[in-house]
Ligand binder design. Structure first.
Ligand SMILES: [Fe+2]
Length: 206
């Protein structure tokens, strides 16, 4: 850990890359939402977050091949996660009045990595993370910075308060499940066999 919250926290995107990702997410928002029903209850109805199981942005040329995949491979190597790894990558758009309730991606038995990549829009109060002992974690608001990727343990609680501004807030979320998180990896691998577009499986990090 580099601090109480993160395994990794760095700006990984140039202004050009931020713009490319932002435009792709906005231009494809409705098509991606139409891929399936939003059953996720932590966001407003019919949210892009609710399409997280239907579309993985790493399978796109613009976001995956040209921008994120080469960077993610390096970062996963840096974090000593052993391949094969399975990655899920989705996007969130929170307009005025929208946010996401406190949640976590994994549980205490799972040892995978979760990431938040802030793209653009309202940066305050930021993302709320919870830190401290499990029986009384304390909330801390971390201001968002465009292009910064924060990676944290998947059992960490986090959320985003309602966007009080007119600025559309765009971010991406990433779950990285390494082979070493054995039970969870096997479970996800079985889903991957049926829904290969939902995940990306990397057999090596070169
Ligand atoms: Fe999350």
């Amino acid at each position: 850990m580099i601090n109480d919250l993160f395994y990794y926290s760095k700006k990984i995107l140039s202004d050009f890359e931020i713009n490319e990702i932002k435009n792709y997410i906005l231009e494809n928002e409705n098509n991606i939402k139409s891929l399936g029903k939003d059953n996720y209850t932590g966001t407003s109805e019919n949210s892009l977050t609710g399409a997280h199981a239907f579309f993985n942005y790493l399978h796109t040329k613009t976001i995956g091949d040209d921008i994120l995949l080469p960077k993610l491979k390096k970062i996963i190597k840096e974090l000593n996660a052993e391949p094969p790894v399975i990655i899920q990558c989705w996007a969130n758009i929170f307009r005025n009045g929208e946010g996401i309730a406190v949640h976590r991606h994994g549980n205490m038995r799972q040892k995978f990595l979760s990431g938040n990549l802030f793209i653009s829009g309202n940066t305050k109060p930021g993302t709320t993370y919870y830190t401290g002992p499990d029986h009384c974690p304390k909330p801390v608001d971390i201001k968002n910075v465009p292009g910064v990727l924060n990676i944290f343990p998947s059992h960490n609680m986090h959320g985003v308060k309602e966007n009080a501004t007119e600025e559309t807030r765009i971010s991406m979320a990433i779950d990285i499940i390494p082979y070493t998180d054995e039970n969870h990896y096997k479970k996800i691998d079985m889903i991957y066999q049926k829904q290969p577009r939902r995940y990306m499986k990397l057999y090596n990090l070169d």
